[in-house]
Design a protein around this ligand. Sequence first.
Ligand code: CDP
Ligand code: MG
Length: 147
Amino acid sequence: MLKPDAIQRSIAFELLSRFERRGLRFTALRLLKVDRAMAEKHYAVHKGKFFYDDLVKVITASPVVAAVVEGPNAIAVVRSMVGSTRPQEATEGSIRGDYALVGLRNLVHASDAPETAATEIKLWFPDGVVEYTRDIDRWTSEDKAPS
Ligand code: CDP
Ligand code: MG
């Protein structure tokens, strides 16, 4: 999910294109304004933490872009492309390492496990995603040669 700062800074599609270029397949995409109830569900795991109130405020302030990408090792690949939570620790080449300065404005949320991804996909895309494969996936995604 691209947080409001990505849209405000006019780099939303620039960031999305990184995931596309990596070879991942977009199966859902949506621009929406997040209300408090949705923000609380999405960040339920952080409730009670010192940054929670700020996080909810930031995420509900302005529209976000929610997206689902699929591909081999998608969760690990996306997390690595996004970089460390604290941008000052994020490596150059990662989104946060290239574009962000502080944790609250770190541009992207990325699911951290298959279970959280499944819950988050249901929350953001209650009507489901578009299941398909591209012909190119054979060239970018197969980890062994065809027999
Ligand atoms: O987004 P990520 O999975 O890397 O981090 P998280 O631990 O799940 O925290 C969610 C979000 O809360 C972060 O992306 C930050 O925007 C914010 N946060 C913060 O502002 N200060 C912290 N010490 C920890 C998290
Ligand atoms: Mg997280």
